[in-house]
Design a protein around this ligand. Structure first.
Ligand SMILES: [Fe+2]
Length: 147
């Protein structure tokens, strides 16, 4: 499918936001309280990022997608993003491992976009703020979780 890099980012954020909320609801076991709260914080962060990407898309005359279209974009890409459905429970360590995969995947998509898309520098700075968040969580803050 032919779509812009921003559409790809937007769509992956939408699916990741859903996945993060599923982790928030379905994490279990030792360490639940902290993890439950952390996934809530990440869900809010991803919601903010979705809105910022949508605003950038509108600025440059692209249309943010609805949920169903966003899922189709993710499914048609070669990205390995998982889709977390209801019914499974995740021990804290597995939930954090999934969370890290989500952030790694997003980081890769953002980096691809900023390398190849001809975007103004201020918009690129906004994208960099998002990648900085993912990188900080993955490479530094995540260490406190011992995984
Ligand atoms: Fe909640």
């Amino acid at each position: 499918m032919d779509h812009s890099k921003l559409t790809q980012i937007f769509s992956e954020l939408v699916v990741s936001h859903h996945n993060m909320r599923m982790l928030h609801w379905n994490v279990k076991g030792h360490g639940f309280d902290k993890a439950h709260e952390k996934f809530d914080e990440y869900t809010s962060k991803l919601s903010t990022f979705i809105d910022e990407i949508a605003e950038i898309m509108l600025m440059i005359y692209e249309e943010p997608l609805d949920l169903v279209s966003a899922i189709k974009v993710v499914e048609s890409s070669d990205n390995e993003l998982i889709y977390i459905g209801a019914g499974s429970k995740y021990p804290v360590t597995s939930a954090y491992a999934i969370c890290n995969n989500i952030f790694e995947s997003l980081l890769k998509t953002y980096v691809d976009a900023s390398l190849s898309d001809d975007l103004p520098s201020d918009i690129k700075s906004k994208l960099d703020e998002h990648t900085y968040f993912f990188r900080l969580e993955l490479r530094y803050k995540g260490r406190s979780r011992g995984i």
